[in-house]
Design a protein around this ligand. Structure first.
Ligand SMILES: Cc1cc2nc3c(=O)[nH]c(=O)nc-3n(C[C@H](O)[C@H](O)[C@H](O)COP(=O)(O)OP(=O)(O)OC[C@H]3O[C@@H](n4cnc5c(N)ncnc54)[C@H](O)[C@@H]3O)c2cc1C
Length: 385
């Protein structure tokens, strides 16, 4: 039973065609592989090159760098279709929507021409390394150090919880270039590190509660030497500003996935409760079920309206830090409530991993934590009040 989802104001005919392509790819290449990827704790490496062949990578990177020449709307369509396909493995939003954009915005022209076409073909998989074992929310507390020696940076440190960590060919790494506590945010820089550089090592692929088919890993850097031209930006100390500029898009992506996840959960639960019977009638026939689903459908519709407004603002270059934080906070808190209510309506089957609603329940939990926790979103919003 389909939910009556309003067509997003930012959709166009071109995007309708693109949605069909993304949907077909996700249904064919993602949905059937979930159990295998969960067992392997990662997707197949070839998935990236297959996606590159059909034009799903570097979607919003200009064509002159090999990208699709699209906008954030193309990215949003892909992440919606991925969420609806029930996939919790493919780290494409980190690759497309985050890492490629750090390179586009801050890498030198020469590096962009070298790396971005590989991002578009799937030859390179991208990761972003901010979090460390000792610090996550408090980015200024990172310890990974980069020291300039002649024409190189020498990097030492460790990162954890890194999405695409097992497959990554290039990591945009947050490092301390000035360890003086007085330097504060100005001590941070971003450096692009190819993972075939000597001294780079991958640790464990971590065992997670949800997103179990995604390669979230530890990364280690022991005297890793990269050319000084891999620094993102013209000078050291720009890292914090660069993160502040890019994090709204990362948070908007998480909100896109959250809202599509809400809509998918309501649709699955409507279908299930109309089929399943108890006490001689469909489970949907109980007033409690109808009311819970009425609430959930309303939550999804309201979240969709605010998300669409934020996407429109972002497409015009007007989404600010406050709006992105609000979108992430609201949609991720609501998707957790909606999916939990839906699990309840599935009864015991809602707790079985073979049911997409059970996987969704485990997968959505992280959305309140990564990309900045709900508490950090409230802190950011409150500072703008
Ligand atoms: C599946 C997964 C994928 C991830 N992918 C990546 C990735 O690709 N790259 C990357 O760099 N990181 C990644 N992360 C890390 C993620 O962004 C961090 O886990 C997150 O930012 C929180 O940091 P932390 O785990 O160190 O928690 P902490 O910062 O230790 O927070 C612990 C608790 O304290 C609260 N807290 C902290 N500061 C404040 C404050 N000022 N006010 C109120 N409460 C506060 C937090 O909200 C939280 O509840 C990923 C994590 C997971 C689990």
């Amino acid at each position: 039973m389909p939910l009556n989802i309003q067509r997003s104001s930012w959709m166009t005919e071109d995007l309708d065609d693109f949605r069909q392509l993304a949907k077909t790819f996700c249904q064919k290449e993602l949905t059937p592989n979930q159990e295998r990827w969960i067992a392997a704790k990662q997707v197949d490496r070839e998935l990236w090159t297959k996606a590159g062949e059909v034009g799903l990578l570097a979607l919003s990177i200009p064509e002159e760098y090999g990208g699709g020449g699209g906008t954030f709307a193309h990215e949003a369509v892909l992440y919606e279709e991925q969420a609806r396909s029930g996939d919790g493995g493919w780290g494409v939003s980190v690759h497309n929507g985050i890492v490629a954009h750090y390179l586009l915005a801050y890498a030198s022209e020469e590096r962009k021409k070298e790396w971005l076409p590989k991002f578009a073909s799937g030859e390179y998989v991208g990761a972003i390394g901010m979090t460390e074992p000792g610090t996550g929310s408090d980015l200024q507390g990172i310890k990974t150090r980069a020291v300039r020696q002649g024409d190189e940076y020498v990097i030492n440190g460790a990162k954890t919880f890194i999405t695409n960590g097992a497959h990554a060919d290039l990591v945009v790494l947050a490092v301390k270039t000035d360890p003086d506590p007085e330097a504060g945010a100005k001590g941070l820089s971003l450096i692009a590190v190819p993972t075939d550089t000597p001294g780079f090592r991958r640790g464990r692929v971590l065992d997670k509660v949800g997103l179990r088919g995604q390669d979230t890993a530890e990364l280690f850097f022991d005297d890793v030497r990269v050319p000084a031209t891999n620094l993102l930006g013209d000078e050291e100390g720009q890292g914090f500003i660069q993160l502040m500029q890019q994090l709204p898009q990362e948070r908007l992506i998480i909100a896109v996935t959250a809202v599509a996840g809400m809509e998918a959960a309501v649709e699955q639960t409507l279908a299930y409760t109309k089929e399943r019977t108890a006490f001689g009638r469909p489970v949907f026939g109980f007033q409690n079920t109808k009311f819970k689903l009425a609430e959930a459908a309303t939550e999804a519709a309201v979240a969709r309206a605010f998300l669409d407004q934020c996407i429109e603002r972002h497409l015009k270059g007007e989404l600010d830090v406050q709006g992105a934080a609000m979108a992430k906070l609201w949609t991720t808190e609501r998707v957790n409530k909606v999916v939990d209510d839906c699990v309840q309506l599935f009864g015991g089957y809602g707790y079985m991993m073979e049911y997409p609603i059970a996987r969704a329940w485990a997968d959505v939990r992280i959305s309140r934590i990564f990309g900045g926790t709900s508490e950090i979103m409230k802190d950011i919003i409150s500072r703008t009040l």
